[in-house]
Every structure is written in C-alpha cells, then in structure tokens.
Design a protein around this ligand. Structure first.
Ligand SMILES: Nc1ncnc2c1ncn2[C@@H]1O[C@H](COP(=O)(O)OP(=O)(O)O)[C@@H](O)[C@H]1O
Ligand SMILES: [Mg+2]
Length: 371
C-alpha cells in the first residue's frame, strides 16, 4: 500500500508534528474557552482537530464534529447538526425528547439493513424557521448538563455566511455566549472570511474565541517523514530532493503527500533511488492527471479572472498598483475587484496580508504552461 496518503485525514503514525497546536487546542477547550482555528484548505486543520478531539474524549469530554461545507439550507443544517449530536448522545430518551420539542421537527428512528438503529428527522412543514434553528442551538448545552461536558466542532464555519439573511451569525454568537457546559471550536479554510468574522470589531464573533492560526509543517520534520517512508520501501531520497518536493508544492501538507505518493508509485517495484528527473516527471504527471478538470475550470473563468490568475502565477504583490494593472492588462478597477472577490470566495486564490496567491500549486503550473 502507498505509504503516502492525501485522500483521508492524517491519523496514527501518518500524522506528524503539530504537538504544540494540539496541546493548545486541548488546553483551551478543556479550560472552558472557545477557539477558532484558521488556515487555508489542505494545511491539515481537520487532521489536527481530530487528534485534539481524541485527547479531549480521553479526558471525558464529548466532541461533536460537524462539517458545514455540505450545508445548503436551514433544513440541511438542522439535519446535519442533529445527526452529529445524535452520534454523541448518551441518553437516547432525553435526546429524542429534546429534538421532539423543536417546532416543526420530528425525530424518527429507523433501522438499517443490519437492524441497527438510525436516527433521522422529519419536518412537519417543508420549511424550518430560524426560530427553530435558535432552539436547536441550545441542545448541546442541554445535553451537556447531565455532567459530561461537550465540545462542538464546526468545520468550514465560514459557510454559515450562506445564512446571513437570517442573521444566523449573531444568533449563534448570542446562544454560545450563554452556554457554560458546551464549548465551541470553529475551523475555517477561507481565511479572509474567517478573519473578518473573528477580528472585525463590528462582527458578532469578535473576541469570542481564542485564535489559533496554523501554518505549514516544519521542513525538517517533513524531510524526516518523507525519507523514512521511502526507506521503508527500500527507496532512497536525498534531503535536497525532499526540499525540492516541498518547494514545488509550496510546502502545503496535502500536496506534499500527493507528490510523494506519485513518486512512490513511479518507483515501485524496482527503482531504489529518487532523482531530480523523477521528481519533475511525477510533478508533471500529477498536473496532467488533473488537466481535464483544470481545463474546464479555466474555461469557466471570465477573461478578467483568467488574466488575473495568469498574473498571479508571476507575482501577487501590489495587484492594485497602476504598474501591475498595466503590465497584466487588468484595467477596470471594479471588475478587477470583483474577480478577486469571486476567486477568493471559491477558494482558487488566497490572501496573506496584501499578497495574493494561487492555492493549488499544480493548478499554478497548469496555468503557466498550458493556459
Ligand atoms: N500533521 C500532518 N501530518 C502528515 N500529513 C498531514 C498532516 N496534516 C495534514 N496532512 C496531509 O494533508 C492532507 C489534508 O489534511 P486535512 O486535515 O484534510 O486539511 P484541511 O482540513 O486543512 O483541509 C491530509 O490528507 C494529509 O495528507
Ligand atoms: Mg478540512
């Protein structure tokens, strides 16, 4: 089996480093505080938080994990939220009672093919109101009052912006503030949106949670990890080439694993020494494997978005300066701003300070060489 994994979260001995971050998360939540963690996609937030949740569970704190990415309506939010709480309930009667008390929502116990009970909900009317959602947000606290504390992890939290028109952000904040047995861990990968939510004075979540920003993994640990994983398959790789791998994928944990997985595949079963040509060839192969997807994605861009991305493959600094605009044919201030906003929002680009960059290093290569 390939010793490099980028498909699922990193667990067990596939997970390295992040000791301090894990401890900070565990200590903060155990101490009864809320926390927010942001980093771009594929930096290892979910993996890190799963590890922290294990440690919290070991200390007797129940951790409810909810990924808000798939949520598209208040109904789907209710469904996902209650499903996640159900998994962690320890007194079914009470849980069913709490759910039954929600206006318009009826709990429903079903049995799967193996006869195991499965929890679901039905709606008495097709629409769930924000008032019902408000009541639902009290359930973690009500569940926790039986003695066991609860931590609710809301992954991809920036997605609640889909419900701005209902004022969900302010509502959540006001609920969470009053809960003393439930604590919250917010994760988000659209860092600019998360930063606005938690760092802007006029926003509901301002100063509501301790902030943790995670960065890429430390170089030496990554080199040690790559070297030993290859060595276990009788493959040698120099430190220098490990560094090449790291640099070529902008040190992003997910892409490091992806490129290494590709190299491992290439080496097996009878090559034993990785060289620079192999690294390069595997990088290009990885791009080519995704080229249909990249083609469609590029095809859907507006001309301004496309010119902006091409410009970003060269530099992402001072993009609103006269010089940058002229050099890259980005004239039209409002349409440039709009292009930036759209690409930030769909996660194609990211912003650190005043510098913009393309998130996916393989897509960056594609844009430079094929677009
Ligand atoms: N601590 C880590 N050790 C090893 N690999 C990691 C680590 N964190 C992340 N990764 C790699 O990155 C990939 C994406 O991690 P994930 O936790 O899903 O990131 P995120 O939630 O930030 O998008 C994992 O599948 C794994 O390959
Ligand atoms: Mg994640």
């Amino acid at each position: 089996m390939n010793p490099f994994n980028y498909i699922s979260i990193a667990e067990g001995d596939s997970f390295y480093d992040r000791k301090e971050e894990t401890k900070r998360i565990v200590d903060t939540l155990q101490g009864g505080n809320n926390m927010v963690l942001f980093a771009p996609r594929r930096y290892g937030k979910t993996s890190l938080v799963y590890r922290a949740m294990q440690q919290l569970e070991d200390q007797g704190i129940s951790c409810v994990y909810i990924d808000l990415m798939p949520v598209y309506s208040l109904e789907s939010f209710a469904e996902l939220y209650l499903q996640a709480l159900y998994k962690k309930q320890s007194a079914l009667d009470k849980f069913i009672q709490l759910v039954s008390a929600l206006k318009n929502i009826r709990p429903k116990m079903l049995f799967d093919n193996f006869g195991n009970p499965e929890f679901g909900i039905e709606f008495a009317e097709p629409k769930v109101t924000i008032a019902t959602i408000a009541e639902m947000l009290d359930i973690p606290e009500q569940m926790a009052q039986d003695g066991k504390r609860i931590v609710v992890v809301l992954d991809e939290f920036q997605e609640i912006r889909k419900f701005n028109k209902y004022g969900l952000e302010a509502l959540m904040r006001s609920k969470i503030q009053l809960q003393h047995h439930a604590n919250y861990l917010f994760l988000g990968s659209k860092t600019h949106i998360m930063q606005d939510m938690f760092l802007e004075k006029n926003r509901p979540f301002y100063s509501s949670a301790s902030i943790l920003q995670i960065s890429t993994l430390p170089e030496q640990e990554t080199i040690d990890f790559i070297t030993s994983r290859f060595a276990a398959s009788d493959i040698r790789i120099s430190e220098e080439l490990c560094r090449t791998i790291i640099t070529r994928v902008d040190n992003i944990p997910y892409y490091i694993q992806l490129l290494c997985a590709e190299i491992w595949q290439y080496m097996m079963p009878d090559l034993h020494e990785v060289n620079a040509d192999i690294v390069n060839e595997c990088f290009v192969r990885a791009v080519e494997m995704k080229s249909d997807y990249y083609f469609e994605r590029t095809d859907r861009l507006s001309p301004m978005q496309k010119r902006l991305l091409i410009a970003l493959t060269r530099s992402g600094e001072n993009i609103y300066s006269m010089d940058y605009i002229r050099r890259n044919q980005l004239v039209g201030a409002s349409s440039l701003q709009k292009a930036v906003a759209v690409l930030l929002d769909d996660g194609t680009i990211d912003k650190k300070g005043t510098t913009y960059s393309i998130c996916d290093p393989f897509y960056k290569y594609y844009l430079t060489h094929y677009a």
